[in-house]
Design a protein around this ligand. Structure first.
Ligand code: ARG
Length: 474
């Protein structure tokens, strides 16, 4: 086919008739994959170089191809609108290269296929996306950490079964949302690492028949390794699944943080107030201050989970090698990454604006929440925990029946509940005392929390580069 054909296609010679318009419609992916163009240009330039080095094209032709690809990149960066006939990003780049470089453009596709091309471009995109996601997760972690620093000595109930359980430091609670995000960053780094295996040179399925140096390609594109099997390389989308899993987990963690804040921001709890920049009002109820950001972030979780499930469904049961089903990988991948890159910064902004009400937090701590501490008191005096649990349970019931806090029960009640209760028993019902006992590493004791804050700060200190060596996306 020639550059002057009205519809630029990378295939078609073997067909007598043209494709049905409805085939074009279902087959076309340019609307989804256009954003791969910087990576397609980059890998195409590397391919032209490798073709030149291998003597498959002359040095002059390789140079002309590379210079032409630069001009195509400049046009795309300036915002070329694809034609309705551009099937996918690879076809578009090829068409523009014909316009920029002339007939030599027809040599570029020697020994390669869109199968190894799209796998390579997608991997480059994933490596870059993991880096951007890492930065967005860090930003949310930073917002949590900054808030946590101010809440180290604030107390609030920690909940199990959403029932008040034991008092904890405000920083301890907030950092409970920091560490899952840290694990998300590890998952993202792992996904970027898994993506850093070069498929280019695999051709359509059997490997390129031209002696291009895959090592040269790997070095040029900054991949960590070469794929060892061309069939696997063209049909493998594990790197997309890994990325989507990392995204899904980050979205799940965001949704749990969102849920805590939505509950704690309700009038009944009143622990936290949402800032103006990230609250919405109601069209009907003038008093409303709604935490839409957190609700939307919670909702985004469902959509990202859907993307992971959709991708897994796509690859399950596919025969080895490339099948066109795989074109759908990008729809799921881009949707999930786009969503997270919206939801994470929105949450970070909203977290930074939170104003905590320490009095409300503290007031929600009742003395019954120190029942375990009271049992521990008896244990320290020689009782077994089971015996102590029973004795304190009696006191809990008595306080409940009398409608008073446990520390208001008369001294005789303590003495009657267990002979080992001394005059200082009530001290065990203090919230601060409860925290002070929990200096165990990872506990909510004041020193342990300071250690934890330092650990969290350290995690955010160095900017670790993700695997690969990819320029940022436009
Ligand atoms: N647009 C295709 C995709 O994203 C490119 C690969 C096409 N390969 C093929 N044999 N038709 O998967």
């Amino acid at each position: 086919m020639s550059a002057s054909d009205s519809t630029h296609k990378l295939w078609g010679g073997r067909f007598a008739g043209g494709p049905s318009p409805i085939l074009d419609a279902i087959n076309r992916s340019i609307g989804v994959d256009l954003r791969l163009w910087p990576h397609d240009i980059r890998l195409s330039k590397a391919w032209a170089l490798a073709l030149g080095e291998a003597g498959v094209v002359s040095r002059e032709e390789a140079d002309a191809l590379r210079a032409g690809l630069d001009r195509v990149g400049a046009r795309l960066a300036a915002g070329v609108t694809p034609l309705a006939t551009d099937e996918d990003v690879h076809t578009l780049v090829d068409r523009l290269l014909h316009e920029e470089a002339g007939p030599v453009a027809s040599r570029l596709h020697t020994g390669r296929s869109r199968n190894d091309q799209v796998a390579t471009a997608s991997r480059l995109w994933v490596i870059d996306a993991c880096r951007r996601l890492d930065a967005a997760v860090r930003e949310l972690q930073q917002a949590l950490l900054t808030q946590a620093e101010g809440l180290a000595d604030a107390l609030l109930p920690a909940y199990t079964h959403l029932q008040r359980a034991q008092p904890v430091s405000g920083a301890h609670w907030l950092l409970a949302h920091f560490w899952p995000l840290e694990r998300d960053r590890q998952r993202l780094a792992h996904a970027a690492q898994g993506a850093s295996v070069l498929p280019l040179g695999s051709g359509a399925i059997a490997g390129s028949a031209f002696p291009v140096s895959r090592v040269l390609l790997k070095e040029e594109l900054g991949f960590a390794a070469l794929s060892p099997n061309s069939i696997d390389a063209t049909g493998d989308r594990d790197f997309v699944a890994d990325t989507l899993y990392a995204c899904a987990m980050a979205a799940v963690h965001g949704s749990r943080l969102a849920e805590d804040l939505i509950i704690y921001g309700s009038g009944e709890f009143g622990f936290v107030r949402f800032g103006d920049g990230f609250s919405t009002g109601s069209s009907m109820m003038p008093q409303k201050r709604n935490p839409d950001v957190f609700e939307l972030a919670r909702g985004a979780g469902a959509r990202v989970l859907g993307d992971l499930v959709s991708l897994l469904g796509t690859i399950k049961g596919l025969p080895s090698g490339y099948s066109k089903d795989l074109q759908d990988d990008k729809r799921a991948l881009f949707n999930a990454v786009d969503l997270l890159l919206l939801a994470l910064p929105a949450m970070a902004g909203a977290v930074a604006e939170l104003r905590f009400n320490r009095d409300r937090m503290r007031a929600a701590v009742s003395s019954a929440m120190m029942a375990t501490d009271l049992a521990d008191y008896l244990v320290r005096r020689g009782a077994t925990f089971r015996e102590a649990h029973g004795a304190v349970g009696t006191l809990v019931r008595q306080a409940e029946e009398a409608g008073i806090e446990m520390d208001r029960l008369p001294t005789e009640a303590f003495a009657a509940a267990h002979p080992l209760f001394g005059p200082d028993a009530r001290d065990a019902l203090g919230a601060e005392a409860s925290l002070a006992f929990r200096e165990i590493p990872g506990g909510t004791g004041p020193q342990a929390v300071q250690v934890q804050l330092a650990q969290a700060r350290a995690r955010l200190a160095p900017a670790e580069p993700a695997a690969g060596n990819v320029p940022p996306s436009p």
